[in-house]
Design a protein around this ligand. Structure first.
Ligand SMILES: [Zn+2]
Length: 183
Protein backbone atom coordinates (compact mmCIF):
# COMPACT_ATOMS: atom_id res chain seq x y z
CA UNK A 1 0.00 0.00 0.00
CA UNK A 2 1.26 3.44 -0.84
CA UNK A 3 1.66 5.71 2.12
CA UNK A 4 0.12 9.05 1.28
CA UNK A 5 0.56 11.90 3.71
CA UNK A 6 -2.92 12.89 4.66
CA UNK A 7 -3.41 15.91 6.85
CA UNK A 8 -6.40 16.23 9.13
CA UNK A 9 -8.43 19.21 7.86
CA UNK A 10 -9.56 19.96 11.39
CA UNK A 11 -6.33 20.02 13.45
CA UNK A 12 -3.56 19.66 10.85
CA UNK A 13 -2.19 16.46 12.36
CA UNK A 14 -0.73 13.86 10.02
CA UNK A 15 -1.55 10.98 12.38
CA UNK A 16 -4.38 9.88 10.15
CA UNK A 17 -5.53 6.33 9.54
CA UNK A 18 -7.15 5.17 6.34
CA UNK A 19 -10.16 2.84 6.15
CA UNK A 20 -11.63 1.19 3.08
CA UNK A 21 -14.80 -0.71 2.47
CA UNK A 22 -16.77 -1.86 -0.52
CA UNK A 23 -19.96 0.08 -1.09
CA UNK A 24 -22.69 -0.20 -3.66
CA UNK A 25 -24.69 2.12 -5.86
CA UNK A 26 -27.70 1.38 -8.04
CA UNK A 27 -28.07 2.69 -11.55
CA UNK A 28 -31.63 3.53 -12.57
CA UNK A 29 -32.79 0.70 -14.89
CA UNK A 30 -29.25 -0.66 -14.79
CA UNK A 31 -26.84 -2.62 -12.73
CA UNK A 32 -25.87 -2.34 -9.14
CA UNK A 33 -22.26 -1.24 -9.09
CA UNK A 34 -19.60 -1.47 -6.42
CA UNK A 35 -16.96 1.04 -5.50
CA UNK A 36 -14.36 1.46 -2.82
CA UNK A 37 -15.43 3.88 -0.11
CA UNK A 38 -12.46 5.45 1.63
CA UNK A 39 -12.52 7.29 4.91
CA UNK A 40 -9.87 8.73 7.16
CA UNK A 41 -9.74 9.12 10.88
CA UNK A 42 -7.51 11.55 12.74
CA UNK A 43 -5.83 9.90 15.70
CA UNK A 44 -5.24 13.29 17.32
CA UNK A 45 -8.70 14.91 17.28
CA UNK A 46 -10.91 12.00 16.13
CA UNK A 47 -12.18 13.91 13.10
CA UNK A 48 -13.50 11.42 10.52
CA UNK A 49 -14.33 11.68 6.87
CA UNK A 50 -13.26 11.29 3.26
CA UNK A 51 -10.62 14.03 3.58
CA UNK A 52 -9.42 13.63 -0.02
CA UNK A 53 -12.76 13.10 -1.78
CA UNK A 54 -11.62 9.67 -2.95
CA UNK A 55 -14.98 7.97 -2.36
CA UNK A 56 -16.80 10.53 -4.49
CA UNK A 57 -14.34 9.98 -7.32
CA UNK A 58 -14.56 6.19 -7.00
CA UNK A 59 -18.36 6.41 -6.99
CA UNK A 60 -18.38 8.59 -10.11
CA UNK A 61 -15.98 6.25 -11.93
CA UNK A 62 -18.00 3.13 -11.06
CA UNK A 63 -21.27 4.87 -11.94
CA UNK A 64 -19.84 5.92 -15.31
CA UNK A 65 -18.82 2.31 -16.03
CA UNK A 66 -22.32 1.10 -15.15
CA UNK A 67 -23.86 3.83 -17.35
CA UNK A 68 -21.63 2.83 -20.26
CA UNK A 69 -22.69 -0.82 -19.90
CA UNK A 70 -26.32 0.30 -19.70
CA UNK A 71 -26.10 2.49 -22.83
CA UNK A 72 -24.34 -0.28 -24.76
CA UNK A 73 -26.92 -2.84 -23.65
CA UNK A 74 -29.86 -0.68 -24.76
CA UNK A 75 -28.25 0.18 -28.09
CA UNK A 76 -27.34 -3.43 -28.83
CA UNK A 77 -30.86 -4.63 -27.99
CA UNK A 78 -32.77 -2.00 -29.96
CA UNK A 79 -32.72 -4.04 -33.16
CA UNK A 80 -34.63 -6.82 -31.38
CA UNK A 81 -37.71 -4.57 -31.40
CA UNK A 82 -37.06 -3.23 -34.88
CA UNK A 83 -35.21 -0.01 -34.12
CA UNK A 84 -32.01 0.43 -36.09
CA UNK A 85 -29.31 2.89 -35.10
CA UNK A 86 -29.78 4.79 -38.37
CA UNK A 87 -33.52 5.05 -37.73
CA UNK A 88 -32.96 6.24 -34.17
CA UNK A 89 -30.60 8.99 -35.33
CA UNK A 90 -32.93 10.03 -38.13
CA UNK A 91 -36.16 10.26 -36.09
CA UNK A 92 -34.54 12.14 -33.22
CA UNK A 93 -32.59 14.31 -35.66
CA UNK A 94 -29.23 13.38 -34.19
CA UNK A 95 -25.99 13.74 -36.18
CA UNK A 96 -24.86 10.48 -37.78
CA UNK A 97 -22.57 8.33 -35.66
CA UNK A 98 -24.06 9.81 -32.47
CA UNK A 99 -25.07 6.34 -31.30
CA UNK A 100 -21.63 4.96 -32.07
CA UNK A 101 -20.18 7.63 -29.81
CA UNK A 102 -22.71 6.74 -27.08
CA UNK A 103 -21.87 3.08 -27.44
CA UNK A 104 -18.24 3.94 -26.80
CA UNK A 105 -19.03 5.78 -23.59
CA UNK A 106 -19.21 9.32 -24.95
CA UNK A 107 -22.70 10.34 -23.85
CA UNK A 108 -24.40 13.04 -21.79
CA UNK A 109 -26.94 12.81 -18.98
CA UNK A 110 -29.54 13.83 -21.57
CA UNK A 111 -28.57 10.88 -23.78
CA UNK A 112 -28.98 8.52 -20.83
CA UNK A 113 -32.40 9.98 -20.06
CA UNK A 114 -33.47 9.44 -23.68
CA UNK A 115 -32.21 5.83 -23.62
CA UNK A 116 -34.17 5.13 -20.43
CA UNK A 117 -37.32 6.46 -22.07
CA UNK A 118 -36.72 4.35 -25.21
CA UNK A 119 -36.06 1.21 -23.13
CA UNK A 120 -39.31 1.74 -21.22
CA UNK A 121 -41.49 2.97 -24.09
CA UNK A 122 -39.85 1.81 -27.33
CA UNK A 123 -42.90 2.90 -29.32
CA UNK A 124 -41.90 6.53 -28.70
CA UNK A 125 -39.56 5.99 -31.68
CA UNK A 126 -42.59 5.41 -33.87
CA UNK A 127 -44.12 8.64 -32.56
CA UNK A 128 -40.89 10.49 -33.33
CA UNK A 129 -40.86 8.97 -36.82
CA UNK A 130 -44.18 10.71 -37.40
CA UNK A 131 -42.75 14.03 -36.19
CA UNK A 132 -44.63 13.76 -32.86
CA UNK A 133 -47.84 14.52 -34.73
CA UNK A 134 -50.55 14.59 -32.09
CA UNK A 135 -53.24 12.32 -33.54
CA UNK A 136 -50.62 9.78 -34.60
CA UNK A 137 -49.13 9.88 -31.08
CA UNK A 138 -52.58 9.07 -29.65
CA UNK A 139 -52.96 6.19 -32.08
CA UNK A 140 -49.58 4.72 -31.07
CA UNK A 141 -50.32 5.02 -27.33
CA UNK A 142 -53.64 3.23 -27.75
CA UNK A 143 -52.03 0.53 -29.90
CA UNK A 144 -49.21 0.07 -27.36
CA UNK A 145 -51.70 -0.11 -24.47
CA UNK A 146 -53.77 -2.71 -26.32
CA UNK A 147 -50.63 -4.78 -26.96
CA UNK A 148 -49.57 -4.53 -23.31
CA UNK A 149 -53.01 -5.58 -22.14
CA UNK A 150 -53.01 -8.51 -24.53
CA UNK A 151 -49.58 -9.64 -23.30
CA UNK A 152 -50.54 -9.27 -19.65
CA UNK A 153 -53.63 -11.41 -20.15
CA UNK A 154 -51.75 -14.07 -22.07
CA UNK A 155 -48.98 -14.32 -19.54
CA UNK A 156 -49.52 -12.30 -16.35
CA UNK A 157 -46.07 -13.04 -14.97
CA UNK A 158 -44.30 -11.82 -18.09
CA UNK A 159 -43.78 -8.34 -16.77
CA UNK A 160 -42.52 -9.14 -13.35
CA UNK A 161 -38.78 -9.21 -12.84
CA UNK A 162 -36.73 -9.86 -9.77
CA UNK A 163 -34.47 -6.97 -9.01
CA UNK A 164 -31.11 -7.62 -10.62
CA UNK A 165 -28.33 -7.51 -8.10
CA UNK A 166 -25.51 -9.29 -9.86
CA UNK A 167 -22.91 -7.52 -11.95
CA UNK A 168 -23.20 -10.20 -14.59
CA UNK A 169 -26.97 -10.41 -14.73
CA UNK A 170 -28.49 -9.12 -17.96
CA UNK A 171 -30.69 -6.06 -17.79
CA UNK A 172 -34.24 -6.87 -18.90
CA UNK A 173 -34.71 -4.29 -21.64
CA UNK A 174 -37.34 -4.37 -24.30
CA UNK A 175 -39.18 -7.15 -22.47
CA UNK A 176 -42.09 -7.22 -24.86
CA UNK A 177 -40.51 -8.42 -28.09
CA UNK A 178 -43.93 -8.86 -29.67
CA UNK A 179 -44.38 -5.13 -30.01
CA UNK A 180 -42.46 -4.25 -33.11
CA UNK A 181 -41.82 -0.63 -33.91
CA UNK A 182 -43.52 0.42 -37.12
CA UNK A 183 -45.49 -2.82 -37.23
ZN1 LIG B 1 -7.33 16.09 13.67
Amino acid sequence: MTKESVICPSCGSNAVSRHEKNSFGQLTLGHQFSYKAVSFKCKTCNEEGDFLGISDQNYMDAQKDAQTTFAKNILENMSSVGITMAMFERVFELPTRTLTRWKNGDFSAGALALLRIIATYPWIVEVAEHKFERSYASFVVIKAAANELHEQRKNPTLHYYERQTSYEAPIPVFSNKNVRIGA
